[in-house]
Each structure stands twice: as C-alpha cells, then as structure tokens.
Ligand binder design. Structure first.
Ligand SMILES: Cc1ncc(COP(=O)(O)O)c(C=O)c1O
Length: 558
C-alpha cells in the first residue's frame, strides 16, 4: 500500500514538473537564436565588452588592406574632411559646443559608426547636427548648405515638411482663443476622436504625449483587463524606450514579464496557444521589412550581412494567424502603428494588411507636426475602472495629454488626410515606390557598385553586397553628395509621399555618384575569399582579446 502511495505521489510530482518543463522548453524554442532574441545574454556580454579604438593607422586598414588601397582611402578621407568640414563650419562649431551639454547629441554623435572607428572619425570629421530651415524636401544648415532630407524625421514626415508647417500654423490660429488651457478639452478633440474611431474601427481613444506612452498605456490596460502578467513582443521590434519593451543592452534592468519570441514563426504561435500568463502581443508591422532583426543602424554595420525584404502577402497571413490565436486565447492584440500609421495607407497598417487589432497605437505624423501618442481600443479593454470594484482602477494621466495646440494640429492633419489632393498621394503607392527602388537598384547595378536597396513602401534600407568592414562610411559620402540621413545612417531612409519624380531622379543621381566615389576611394576593397563570416570572426577575436570577466561598472565599484 505504501509503495503504491509513493508511486502515485511520484507520478503526481513528475506530472507537475513535466508541464512547466515542457512549457519552458517550448518557450526556449520560440526564442530567436540571435542575441536580439536573448536580451539577458546580450546585456551580460555587452556589459563585459571593453571599448577599444583604432588609431590613425588601423582606422584605414582594419581589414588588412594592401598599402595602395590604404593610400586611396586616406586621400578620399582627406577630401571628405575638407568638403564636409569646410562647407559647414558654423554648423559644426555650434554643434560641437552643444554636444557636451546635450546628452542626446553626445550619445548619437558617438554611435553613428561601429565604436572602434568612432574616436578617430570624430577627431577629424566635424559633423554638424543643426539645421535652420526646411522647404520642399530640403533642409538648410547654419551655413546655408542645403541637403535633400532622407531622414524623414524619425518617420514623422509622411506628407512633406511644408504640409506640417501649414498644419501647425493653422492649429495655432484655431487654438489661440483657448491657449494652453489643460484639463478641459478643446472642441477639436471631439472631431479627432470621431475620426480616429472611424479610421481604427475601434470604440475609444486616449491621448498621450509620445508613442512610448501610448504603448505603455496599451500594455497596462491589457494586463488590467486580462489579469495576466506577461507581454509578448517579437524579436528586434521597437516599441519605444520604456522598460518592458526593451530587453537587452540599453536597459539596465531587464524586464521580467516580457517574452521576446520569433517573428513569423509557428513556434511563437504555439507558445501563445499554450501559456496562461500572456496578457497581450505587441506587433510593430515595420518588422515585416526585417523580421527578427533590430532597426538597422550603421553603428552595428560591421560587415555586409544586413538583409531585408518585404513580402506583404506573407506578413498579412502571419497577422491573420496571430489574430486567430489571440482571439482563441483571449490575448489582447496590440498593433503598434506609431511608425507606420498613415504611411502605408490612409487607414494605416490595419487597412493595409487587412487585420483587426484589439488596440492600435499611433503617434508621430498624426500630431500634424507636434508631439503625440494615441491609443485606440475596444471599449472592453479601454475602461479604466470596474463598476463592481470601484477601488480597482487602472491609472493613466499626463499633464499635456490632449493639449489644445496638438489637438488642433491633429484636426488639421486629419481634415487634410481626407482631401482628394492628399488621397491622390496614396494612389498606387506601393507600385510607385517599388518601381523607384527597382530603378535605383538598376542604376547601382549599372554603376557596378556593391550597394542595393530594399523597401517597404517609402521606408528603405541600404544593403551591401560585398563583404566589407567599411560600409558605414557610405553615410558620409551621401552627406557629401547632399543627401542627409538620420544619425542611424544608411540602414533607414525615409521618404515623404510628396517626393516628386524629378526630386527622386536627383536622389538617384547623387546616391549613385556617392557610391562610385566611395568605391573609387577603396573602401570596398575586399581581399579574395574573405566572407562576412571571416569578418565577424576577426571582430570576435578583437573583442575577445579585450574581454572582461567583471562588468566595467562593477569593477569600478571595488
Ligand atoms: C513602432 C514604434 N512604437 C513606439 C515608438 C515610440 O514613439 P516615441 O518616440 O514618440 O515615444 C516608436 C518610435 O520610433 C515606434 O517606431
């Protein structure tokens, strides 16, 4: 009898242990094998990597190029320095004086290129980060030097800077009578709410001051209403900079209630289907361009392994399956359209991919040029209290929420979005931009340079077809050619929909001539038989030789 009891207890224990172990295994299998899929490991490694910098000699020969190539690079670099430093002296000087006082600028200046190259580059290239005016797709720095802007202002610029200037002018006039009165609402709010309900197909709206805040509120509400703890995000996806959506380097405290799963993968669906602790799934549809990879910045462009490609049909199918599993399991599906909303289609990514989310976040361009974050959701998820448990509330406030000037700029934006002139910009959008990408690729092929582009409508990324440690130099050749990128460099180029065929032709001309100049200057020299893998191995060895068992900050505490 005793033996049978023991066996029964043992079976029970084994069963109890087996279920969590199986779930744990399923979770592990649903994680992307890259470091981006393993935030804790990535942070552990990042904290122990000691910085190192190439001196003047190694800056030009990190790939052990022969002397003749090194000479060409030096010459090319001197010309770049002369041109870029020479034509924007005031801009560079004012930027330099601002840098140590403005931590954002201090950071972005240091992380434009892979870190070993950064100190020497910064000691020679006096890059300006200030502009005084914008007009018709161009910006002008403090010295009067003009650039075609390809930065897209982090995605805000969907319809052209002049469009937003006039939205703001009109908003100022509309909001003037009320001024900055907060706590009560400007009548524009009613219009905006009605429009946003129609566009999103959802019941309620809340206004916030940034995309990050809108996402925070979406997740908080999902947790509140489901009573579950965890959020799921997909590997590489950006959802703002707050703790729970940013595992890995960049966030000193690793989130405990976040699962980072493989994008577009059945293993992720099976985790969603089995676990009981998942409150919501966050989807940034921009990942369709590079599933499972973080935003492609030049600071991590250490070889030519960057890849991208957009398959709208496959992504729409993935969203459909995700929707089905979320519905089945009562998981809140949150589509984060802060970046892509109003860029792919006037109805946003929901309309474009044909998916209905439970909550949608918007931001950036929706503010008509002013800062904003918006959350739209089904009533059952947006309610911040329980009538039957009045003390159990889900709190969210913000001093500047629904600021009258922002609300008026949003109203103007939404009004104009419905006009035939703006609607016309969305006609055949994919066809126009796919053809433009193809034409640039054809020109790059004809010029025999190892550069190509991939695109998701007006969001482009530059790919490099031949193994090289110097691809990041391209951003400076583009700048020399009068094309301005954001600080993340050539990984992200963002066009506005109003870019004319003539302007695009100018961009192609400048882009190709920049690539030719860079090639001539020897930066794309590749030793025979050297692969991207060889480059990565060499870098790994460089790093390992500086490996530190104890993280730098812990070491300095001792
Ligand atoms: C998809 C997505 N979500 C959220 C955010 C955060 O928005 P914000 O920078 O306004 O806080 C961004 C910003 O780039 C984004 O692209």
């Amino acid at each position: 009898m005793e033996t049978w009891t023991l066996i029964a207890v043992a079976c029970l224990l084994a069963g109890l242990l087996f279920v969590p172990a199986r779930q744990r295994l399923a979770l592990s299998r649903a994680k992307h094998p890259s470091l981006a899929g393993h935030g804790r490991i990535a942070q552990f490694l990042a904290a122990r990597l000691r910085g190192y910098a190439f001196d003047e000699a190694d800056f030009f020969r990190a790939d052990k190029a022969p002397e003749v190539v090194v000479c060409a690079r030096r010459q090319g670099f001197e010309q770049l320095v002369e041109c870029l430093n020479g034509r924007s002296r005031t801009t560079a000087a004012v930027s330099a004086s601002l840098r140590p006082q403005l931590s954002d600028l201090e950071f972005t200046s240091a992380y434009r290129v892979p870190f070993p190259f950064s100190p020497y580059l910064r000691s020679r290239l006096a890059l300006g980060s200030m502009v005084a005016s914008s007009h018709d797709g161009e910006v002008e720095d403090l010295d009067g030097t003009r650039f075609i802007d390809l930065s897209g202002s982090y995605g805000v610029n969907v319809l052209g800077y002049d469009f937003y200037k006039s939205c703001i002018d009109e908003a100022v006039a509309r909001a003037h009578a009320l001024g900055p009165v907060l706590g009560q609402y400007h009548p524009a709010v009613l219009f905006n709410v009605e429009q946003l309900r129609t566009i999103s197909g959802l019941d309620e709206v809340s206004f916030h001051m940034s995309g990050t805040e809108a996402v925070m509120q979406a997740v908080r509400l999902a947790r509140y209403h489901t009573g579950r703890t965890h959020l799921v995000r997909f590997c590489g996806a950006y959802h703002g900079w707050w703790e729970d959506v940013q595992p890995g380097p960049g966030n000193p405290v690793q989130p405990r209630e976040t699962y980072t799963l493989r994008d577009m993968d059945d293993r992720a669906l099976s985790v969603l289907d089995r676990r009981k602790d998942i409150a919501c799934v966050l989807v940034n549809p921009l990942q369709a361009l590079h599933p499972n990879r973080p935003a492609p910045g030049d600071s991590t462009l250490v070889d030519s392994g960057r890849s991208a490609g957009f398959d709208p049909t496959a992504y729409a199918e993935w969203l459909r399956r995700l929707r089905a599993v979320c519905t089945r399991r009562g998981i809140v599906l949150i589509l984060d359209e802060v970046f892509l909303g109003f860029r792919l289609a006037p109805g946003g990514a929901q309309a474009y991919f044909g998916v209905e989310a439970d909550m949608v976040t918007y931001g950036k361009t929706l503010g008509g040029g002013l800062p904003v974050g918006v959350l739209c959701g089904r009533s059952r998820y947006m309610r911040r209290y329980r009538p039957d448990h009045p003390a159990d509330i889900c709190f969210a406030r913000g001093t500047f929420n629904a600021h009258p000037y922002v609300m008026c700029a949003m109203q103007v934006f939404l009004e104009r979005l419905a006009t035939p002139e703006v609607r016309a910009l969305y006609e055949n959008l994919d066809q126009v931009w796919n053809e433009r990408a193809a034409s640039l690729n054809a020109a790059l092929t004809a010029a025999a340079v190892p550069v190509r582009v991939a695109n998701m409508s007006t969001v482009w990324t530059v790919l490099y077809t031949q193994p090289s440690r110097y691809n990041w130099m391209f951003q400076f050749y583009l700048r020399e050619a009068g094309l301005l990128l954001s600080w993340v460099g050539s990984g992200r180029i963002i066009f506005s929909l109003d870019c004319s065929a003539e302007r695009f032709a100018t961009i192609v001309e400048r882009f190709v001539s920049a690539a030719c100049a860079m090639q001539q200057d020897g930066w794309w020299y590749a030793a025979p038989d050297v692969s991207n893998r060889d480059i990565r191995r060499a870098i790994r060895n460089e790093m390992l030789s500086r490996w530190q068992m104890i993280p730098a900050h812990a070491a300095s505490d001792r």
